[in-house]
Design a protein around this ligand. Structure first.
Ligand code: SAM
Length: 274
């Protein structure tokens, strides 16, 4: 891929998703573009770019961003977050709920990828809160393709088998016949999660309530500092005073201006009086 072609794609991807593709990503982009060439049955990068320019509906751009962005995720990634959720966040929030008449515990999994993160949160809440306090999870991602996988809630046995067996029995149904080797998240758990497409950097989040907890993990790493700062401040506005923001462990907020207090590595809290 020529430098000017790479720069064109870089600009387009940045404009749409603010994913910041450094010069070192040229080979990666080139490799991922191969997939799009095959899918569109075009034979060269320049033909593909012409195709992109003439399609104004954003559909192919969406596929391109999908092909370039990394959706890597797994159940209970960064387990310390789930321990903190169980041992600190939930007892604290339950006590506050009584005082402040909160009707529901709301969590947002922003950039949820194929669903392992929101389902891990749901398993934790189901096991800890059960039906003692209503809870609900919003799960969003920019990619329609990955959201379709998340919504289906079907995972390969190799992935699910890494969880404790009682957890698997409680939350998954084993597939039979053509579904042999697959596990499906039980509908009772699935019904607690609303999946929707959302570009975190476009407009205001479409929620009419605040969240006690937001997970926004392993996505900011693709954004430049200015974009990270904008996003963290936007997310902060969606958190109840005293609520929490969890980011990925490699995504320290050092050097970013924000009103949050650091609680633990990669765990931040909105001050109560803010
Ligand atoms: C590496 S995955 C992280 C998944 C999960 N949060 C975790 O930590 O395992 C990053 C996700 O961010 C999504 N993403 C990238 N840019 C985005 C944007 N501007 N708005 C919303 N999601 C975005 C990608 O589609 C991808 O699914």
């Amino acid at each position: 891929m020529r430098e000017n072609e790479f720069n064109f794609i870089r600009g387009l991807v940045y404009e749409h998703s603010r994913i910041n593709l450094g010069p070192d990503k040229r080979e990666l982009v080139s490799a991922r573009l191969g997939k799009r060439l095959r899918a569109t049955k075009l034979t060269s990068v320049s033909e593909y770019l012409d195709f992109l320019k003439t399609r104004n509906d954003g559909e192919e751009l969406g596929h391109l961003i999908d092909a370039i962005s990394t959706n890597h995720t797994f159940f209970f990634r960064e387990i310390a977050h789930f321990d903190f959720l169980t041992k600190s966040v939930l007892p604290e929030m339950k006590a506050r709920a009584r005082q402040e008449n909160w009707t529901q515990f709301n969590v947002w999994s922003a950039a949820c990828s194929s669903g392992e993160e929101p389902y891990s949160i749901a398993m934790t809440l189901d096991e800890t809160l059960g039906d003692t306090w209503p809870w609900q999870i919003e799960a969003t991602d920019i990619s329609y393709r990955i959201l379709a996988k998340a919504t289906a809630g079907i995972y390969r046995e190799e992935t699910v088998k890494k969880l404790d067996p009682p957890r698997v029995r409680r939350h998954f149904q084993r597939g039979h016949g053509p579904q042999e080797g697959n596990y499906r998240v039980k509908s009772t758990l699935q019904s607690r999660i609303t999946f929707q497409q959302l570009n975190l950097l476009e407009g205001r989040p479409p929620f009419d309530h605040l969240f006690q907890l937001i997970f926004c993990r392993n996505v900011m790493i693709y954004f430049d500092r200015a974009t990270q700062e904008e996003l963290v401040n936007k997310l902060t506005q969606q958190i109840v005073p005293g609520g929490y923001l969890f980011v990925g462990h490699s995504e320290s907020l050092t050097g970013i201006r924000h009103p949050l207090q650091t609680v633990r590595p990669a765990i931040y809290q909105r001050p109560l009086n803010s």
